[in-house]
Design a protein around this ligand. Structure first.
Ligand SMILES: Cc1cc2nc3c(=O)[nH]c(=O)nc-3n(C[C@H](O)[C@H](O)[C@H](O)COP(=O)(O)OP(=O)(O)OC[C@H]3O[C@@H](n4cnc5c(N)ncnc54)[C@H](O)[C@@H]3O)c2cc1C
Length: 412
């Protein structure tokens, strides 16, 4: 074992999970977080069964009052319910999800890492010391003081802006999709709803189609998280104002939520969704990148929390191997694992989101879905990455079904 701690930069889902699993394997770990817990993070606050599984593995206490249990999904296409379904049965993942504000979730997961022995330095910002593209050391700034440290390995988990990684030469592939989303909180009489709700095709109040999707995620405490998102595969996406889109969605969302100016608690805040492992390189001689910093968000559904936990776990295994075998090349086991686990699935997603960038394709799919519940259930299973092992190949079949539907349509 090395007596130089592994340094983890960023205490969101990806950083806390990497630190948790490294400490669990007996390594010395220091995690630096530039903010102080509990800290807010712009998010829909929605957890799928995958995220629940990873949280369970880390010993998360779901009985906390901030956690609201979710039994399924409801999707609208236009004014009609597209599908309402319970989470599917799966041999590994549970059949329930949840909603919890990120300020609560992230501080509680950081506490789990702390209990494993991770040394967490809050209000501490990390800056790389780089020479000839190599990471030589890290400066840790706390208030007026800066300390230079020399960790053997660094896990970069600094989120979608990824300033630390960019200084090491990490770049985003511009031909891969990216998402833009905004969310705000409202009071709602339906806050105890056990379903995540989404709107697959947005309209403004004149009835005109807007390029994107909307959601209402109930928090169970009298409030709901309301948001809108769109993908860079939509033409003119750069001209879309997500704040305006959000206001239009809140006005046109189903009435039972009672969203309006009176029930609004917070103004919308926006953020970027880096998806489909659009960042590279993800591994350097002494560093490894996880979560949004790696572009780990699932393009099918915009989910990033679980992928933060999963990539954090995979990176912990690779760093642990590199330390145990005194062989930094073992870090590359991480990119191989990512490819095995997500390669084909994310590739299909890239094709899919390119196709739905065309509103007429999206409308055709929505129409097909409303007329075929099995197709829709299957598609939602694919989108949430909840296909079972014995359904191997089903993902490809689902994609082929979708492709057959959309192939005749004009897509540039
Ligand atoms: C509007 C919106 C809605 C979303 N909704 C959902 C959803 O419902 N469900 C879902 O699963 N995903 C959702 N996502 C995606 C999800 O929020 C991210 O994928 C997830 O937060 C990624 O976790 P992370 O640990 O990689 O990064 P982050 O959660 O961004 O954490 C990075 C941390 O690093 C810290 N940091 C950054 N730089 C430094 C530095 N130099 N030194 C020290 N600390 C640093 C930051 O303060 C931060 O705490 C949404 C995203 C957006 C924008």
């Amino acid at each position: 074992m090395s007596d130089r701690p592994v340094l983890v930069i960023g205490g969101g889902p990806a950083g806390s999970a990497a630190a948790f699993w490294l400490a669990q394997k007996g390594h010395l770990v220091t995690l630096v977080e530039k903010k102080e817990y509990p800290r807010d993070k712009t998010c829909g606050d929605g957890l799928t069964p995958r995220a629940i599984w990873w949280l369970t593995e880390m010993g998360f206490d779901f009985s906390v009052q901030e956690f609201h249990r979710i039994t399924g999904l409801r999707s609208y296409a236009g004014d009609r319910i597209f599908v309402e379904m319970n989470w599917p049965q799966h041999s590994r993942y549970p059949d329930w999800g949840g909603v919890i504000r990120r300020r609560d979730l992230d501080s509680q997961v950081a506490d789990l890492a702390r209990k494993q022995g991770v040394d967490i330095l809050e209000k501490t910002e990390a800056t790389p010391v780089v020479e000839d593209g190599q990471l030589l050391a890290v400066d840790l700034t706390h208030g007026e003081e800066t300390e230079r440290v020399d960790p053997e390995y660094v896990v970069i988990a600094d989120g979608s802006l990824n300033r630390f990684g960019r200084e090491l030469g990490t770049v985003r592939r511009k031909d891969y999709p990216m998402g833009l989303a905004a969310r705000g909180y409202y009071r709602s009489p339906r806050s105890s709803d056990p379903f995540l709700e989404s709107q697959l095709d947005l309209r403004d109040d004149t009835g005109a189609t807007m390029p994107g999707y909307g959601w209402v995620f109930p928090l169970g405490d009298g409030t709901v998280n309301v948001g809108v998102g769109l993908l860079s595969t939509f033409k003119r996406w750069k001209h879309v104002n997500t704040t305006r889109m959000m206001a239009d969605y809140a006005r046109t969302a189903p009435r039972y939520w009672e969203l309006g100016e009176d029930s609004k608690i917070s103004e919308p805040v926006g953020g970027k969704l880096t998806m489909s492992f659009s960042k590279s390189p993800l591994v350097g001689p002494n560093w490894i990148t996880v979560g949004d910093a790696a572009g780990a968000i699932n393009p099918w559904n915009g989910e990033g929390i679980s992928y933060g936990y999963e990539t954090g776990h995979m990176a912990a295994e690779a760093v642990s191997d590199a330390i145990a075998f005194r062989d930094p090349a073992r870090l590359h086991g991480y990119t191989r694992r990512l490819d095995e686990e997500f390669g084909l699935y994310f590739k299909m997603a890239r094709v899919f989101v390119k196709l739905i960038g065309n509103p007429s394709v999206m409308r055709t799919l929505a129409h097909a879905g409303t007329h075929s519940r099995p197709l829709m259930e299957w598609t939602l299973k694919v989108m949430s990455n909840l296909l079972d092992e014995d359904e191997k190949g089903a993902g490809e079949r689902a994609y082929q079904t979708l492709a057959a539907l959309v192939r005749p349509l004009p897509v540039s």
